[in-house]
Design a protein around this ligand. Structure first.
Ligand SMILES: Nc1ncnc2c1ncn2[C@@H]1O[C@H](COP(=O)(O)OP(=O)(O)OP(=O)(O)O)[C@@H](O)[C@H]1O
Length: 260
């Protein structure tokens, strides 16, 4: 079930280095929110604070609050592994488990986390549903038991999306999911994102302005004053507004290609 994310006063560090500062942002459910901004402004860092992946990096530390439908993800007693199951992630480079088949890749999270063992017929149905939802079923139905790493890059990325959705997350975080793909595969992923937003809350980091304009409902622009300074949220609004009439001149300069 898609859930709302409310971030308030979030600051994140790598050791002594403050990477992002004082970010307050609401992410709507059943919508796509794009994070844009120049390199190093902290888009990926911020994304990883939303599912507690940031703290996996040595020295990674967070101050502030992240609420998922009012549940404090950094509250005492919250299990970060459970958070990462609820808030799934898709990375820049497709990363199917290389030794696993297409089928096993999709089923892997269910086997790893499943409280009870699923029957084979149940597992088959979940794998098929998620491959269909990822617009991949027709391409792989005859090679389910071949290695996932044998698929094309675009197919591998859709496989990773099927793997992420198989565990029924509330949110999907995508960190430049198309940057390693050709234009046709990119469009396939964008179509998929538009379809998946009916069921999930989606956040996508992208360097591609056209992509942000095509796929997102809301856009958040991040920036940093100088190299090495922490990144900050400059503004967030409906994507149509950000791209036609942003409130802050730095946003306009960035989207019109004057810097970054
Ligand atoms: N593992 C790390 N250890 C130390 N510092 C890091 C690490 N990862 C990122 N940083 C620093 O944190 C800041 C934000 O980086 P981040 O990768 O989040 O920015 P970004 O906006 O996603 O950049 P890009 O668009 O180039 O991917 C930068 O100053 C970066 O050097």
């Amino acid at each position: 079930m898609a859930k709302r994310i409310d971030v308030s006063g979030l600051t994140a560090y790598y050791g002594a280095h403050k990477a992002i500062e004082d970010i307050t942002l609401h992410v709507e459910p059943q919508a796509v929110t794009a994070f844009i901004g120049p390199s190093g402004c902290g888009k990926s860092t911020f994304l990883r604070t939303l599912n507690r992946m940031h703290e996996v990096t040595p020295g990674g530390r967070v101050e502030g609050k992240v609420l998922l439908d009012n549940e404090d993800l950094y509250g005492p007693g919250v299990d970060p592994v459970a958070v990462r199951r609820t808030i799934g992630m898709v990375f820049q480079r497709p990363n199917p488990f290389p030794t696993m088949s297409v089928y096993e890749n999709v089923a892997s999270g269910l086997r790893l986390y499943g409280g009870r063992r699923m029957r084979k017929s149940e597992l088959d149905a979940v794998v098929e549903k998620n491959l269909r939802d990822a617009n991949l079923w027709n391409e792989v139905k005859d090679r389910l038991h071949k290695p996932g790493s044998g698929l094309s890059g675009g197919q591998q990325q859709r496989l990773c999306i099927a793997r992420a959705t198989a565990v029924s997350p509330d949110v999907l975080l995508m960190d430049e999911p198309c940057s390693a793909l050709d234009p046709i595969s990119t469009l396939a992923i964008e179509d998929l994102i538009s379809k998946l937003k009916a069921s999930y809350t989606i956040v996508i980091v992208t360097h591609n302005m056209q992509q942000a304009a095509r796929v997102s409902d809301r856009t958040a622009f991040f920036n940093l004053a100088e190299v090495g300074d922490p990144g900050r949220l400059i503004e967030v609004d409906a994507t149509a507004k950000i791209f036609s009439n942003p409130s802050v001149s730095a946003t306009e300069d960035y989207i019109s290609g004057r810097f970054g």
